[in-house]
Design a binder for this molecule. Structure first.
Ligand SMILES: C[S@@+](CC[C@H](N)C(=O)[O-])C[C@H]1O[C@@H](n2cnc3c(N)ncnc32)[C@H](O)[C@@H]1O
Length: 250
């Protein structure tokens, strides 16, 4: 139920899906088609913007930052101000986020500001990057007997840095690891995993630009990562675990 004093206007935080523009949900697409304003992330497939009405104002969220980064909190503040401003002007604002807004999507920051400003909102989930990547690899991320757990981990932080909030020792070894935002730290992450006891022969995969026509997939062992990362560019997801043995067979 809508709370008292909320504006009539509404912000929809919509997951665009990953790569292929057909991976948006039907609900997300319906909302996009009636948007007065779309504020989109730079990783969103731009073909999706064709579905917004011709009259809609289209804003690249990353123009509010100098360049894309996962830790630009100051720029997130600017973005929050922009969202509030546009939601006061337009009836339907779509905040189009790549993948699923609930996974490493700075969702809490944006919801907090909407609540604070009494702006009505709704979250429409999407297909996260690793779902797209796993589908391209033809693997499931889970297997009841040897991969009953999947961990989604930020790879943005240097695992050897003092500020890292990821405790590598605690990552469940009986399961699949999925690192987001890890491209720059891939070598350090694998070194750290081996240091905390992961078998250096454990399967791993890097999927660059999952779901896009120029997607790249590399499968190897943890010990190979330092060789195979050459020429790999962001965005990537890094998957570690025995489930990757199924990818080898296909
Ligand atoms: C800020 S996070 C956003 C994640 C997004 N909310 C999701 O659910 O996929 C950005 C990271 O998502 C991953 N990512 C997004 N799009 C990708 C793609 N097409 N291929 C591989 N990884 C992608 C990368 O790890 C990238 O650094």
């Amino acid at each position: 139920m809508k709370q008292k004093n909320y504006l009539e206007n509404k912000v929809y935080i919509v997951g665009a899906g990953c790569g292929d523009c057909e991976l948006i949900t039907l609900k997300g697409l319906k909302i996009l088609k009636k948007a007065d304003c779309v504020i989109y992330d730079y990783l969103v497939n731009k073909k999706l913007l064709r579905y917004a009405p011709k009259t809609a104002e289209l804003i690249n969220a990353d123009d509010t930052r100098n360049s894309f980064s996962d830790s630009f909190t100051k720029e997130q503040d600017k973005l929050n101000i922009l969202i509030v401003e546009k939601s006061k002007k337009y009836k339907t604002v779509v905040r189009l986020k790549n993948g699923d807004p609930v996974i490493f999507g700075r969702l809490n920051e944006e919801v907090e500001i909407l609540v604070k400003n009494k702006i009505d909102f709704e979250i429409v989930p999407g297909i996260t990057a690793v779902s797209s990547a796993a589908a391209s690899l033809n693997i499931g991320l889970t297997k009841t007997k040897f991969a009953p757990v999947v961990s989604f981990i930020t790879g943005h932080e240097n695992p050897f840095g003092r500020k890292s909030s990821v405790n590598y020792v605690l990552l469940p070894k009986q399961g699949t690891l999925v690192f987001y935002m890890a491209t720059e730290n891939l070598k350090k992450i694998t070194k750290k995993l081996i240091e905390v006891g992961w078998n250096k022969n454990m399967f791993c995969a890097i999927v660059e630009k999952a779901g896009f026509p120029d997607e790249k997939k590399l499968i190897g062992r943890l010990k190979d990562v330092k060789k195979i990362v050459v020429g790999i560019n962001s965005p990537t997801v890094f998957i570690v675990g025995d489930v990757l043995k199924y990818a080898i067979k296909c």
